[in-house]
Design a protein around this ligand. Structure first.
Ligand SMILES: [Zn+2]
Length: 378
């Protein structure tokens, strides 16, 4: 409650000032007398910790003057921060009914009310207000609207909103969200055309490339799976662990293994340890085990990696036949250690998991969970 009083004291001073300034005008004087009286009552209740009555009296002030809007917005946001959502909603709803509220204040207040409703889990009410804001071209409503549709899994509604108001959806994270809505809707309705629409967006998202590659692979259309995944590998080498095995087998199915090896060499300087392991496999296939060992050892010195170490053990086993048993035992231990580590991590909030989520369950960002990096990662 102390911070509440701290907030209200300047308001009291402001009213004292306004009252003094307007004392010449009787009408204004009477109005200010009412304000001061209600204000004092409200403040007294708050001091006495009778918060409900205090709030009621302070809200009464609004019916007298709309100049107090900013203070009420601050007060309401304070209530929301404290988790007292019913009070925040009460204030915002009252403000919305004030005829004297200016257009800009009205929009700010409506947005705040929508945020209260989201926090209180009243998603339909929140949606109603956000729709009004977006129809009147308020960009600030886009983020809460997208987070709401993600929460409600209303992909088609999100797509409709985007297609009607493309000029409002401009930030990369917002466009990535829309691309993922197309993918989710496309997978749910088994309509690949929707995913292709995400692929044709001006913003280049990872998910459409991944999903189109995957669908093509399932349908054994290897030319297409290579096309999409190759594009994704060059665009975001960090995603390679998601599809590298299937991409390799796509090349094999078309008897284009050499082209796969060339791709691995192309990706070598940007890719992680998995690309380096694949490169070593190419060397081994060409009978260059020694070269592979030297390459991997040097790379591990620069960038230590448990997965790289595990593969080095396999290479050493292949080279020194009589030690294979011991090395295989060590490798088994290393592999069981790797299995305990999370393969995926959110680049935004650090959430980690064994499962790939396109929407981070923790920070609710799309496409921020990627294969883990570092010592235990890829
Ligand atoms: Zn996250």
């Amino acid at each position: 409650m102390l911070e509440l009083l701290f907030l209200l004291l300047p308001v009291a001073a402001a009213y004292g000032y306004i009252m003094g300034k307007n004392s010449a005008k009787n009408q204004a004087h009477e109005q200010n007398r009412i304000i001061t009286s209600e204000y004092s009552k409200g403040l007294k209740y708050l001091l006495d910790r009778e918060e409900d009555q205090g709030l009621e009296h302070l809200i009464k002030l609004l019916e007298v003057s709309a100049d107090t809007v900013e203070h009420y917005l601050t007060l309401a946001s304070l209530f929301r921060k404290r988790g007292e959502l019913d009070r925040a909603i009460k204030i915002h709803e009252l403000l919305l009914k004030q005829p004297a509220l200016e257009h800009a204040d009205l929009a700010v207040n409506r947005l705040e009310l929508a945020l209260d409703y989201i926090m209180a889990g009243m998603l339909d009410s929140a949606e109603e207000h956000l729709v009004i804001l977006i129809k009147s071209e308020h960009k600030e409503a886009i983020d809460p609207m997208l987070s709401l549709y993600s929460q409600m899994r209303e992909w088609q509604k999100g797509i409709n909103m985007f297609e009607a108001h493309r000029n409002l959806v401009t930030r990369p994270q917002q466009l990535a969200t829309i691309a993922n809505y197309y993918c989710e809707a496309g997978i749910e309705s088994e309509n690949m055309e929707l995913i292709e629409r995400a692929f044709r967006l001006k913003y280049k998202a990872m998910r459409p490339l991944y999903e189109l590659g995957k669908q093509a692979f399932i349908q054994k259309d290897f030319v297409k799976s290579i096309y999409y995944w190759r594009e994704l590998a060059t665009f975001k080498p960090v995603t390679v662990p998601l599809f590298i095995e299937d991409l390799e087998s796509s090349y094999k199915s078309l008897n284009l293994e050499e082209q796969f090896d060339e791709l691995i060499e192309e990706l070598l300087c940007q890719g992680g340890v998995l690309i380096r392991i694949k490169y070593c496999e190419v060397l081994v296939k060409n009978g260059e085990v020694e070269k592979a060992i030297l390459f991997l050892t040097a790379s591990l010195k620069r960038e230590p990696s448990i997965r790289g170490f595990s593969f080095l053990l396999q290479l050493l086993g292949e080279k020194q036949g009589n030690m294979t048993e011991v090395l295989a035992q060590i490798d088994k231990l290393v592999k069981s250690y790797i299995a305990t580590k999370h393969e995926y991590q959110c680049q935004h909030c650090g959430f980690s998991s064994h499962t790939l989520y396109w929407l981070c369950p923790s920070c609710k960002h799309w496409e921020t969970i990627l294969p883990s990096k570092g010592l235990d990662g890829y």
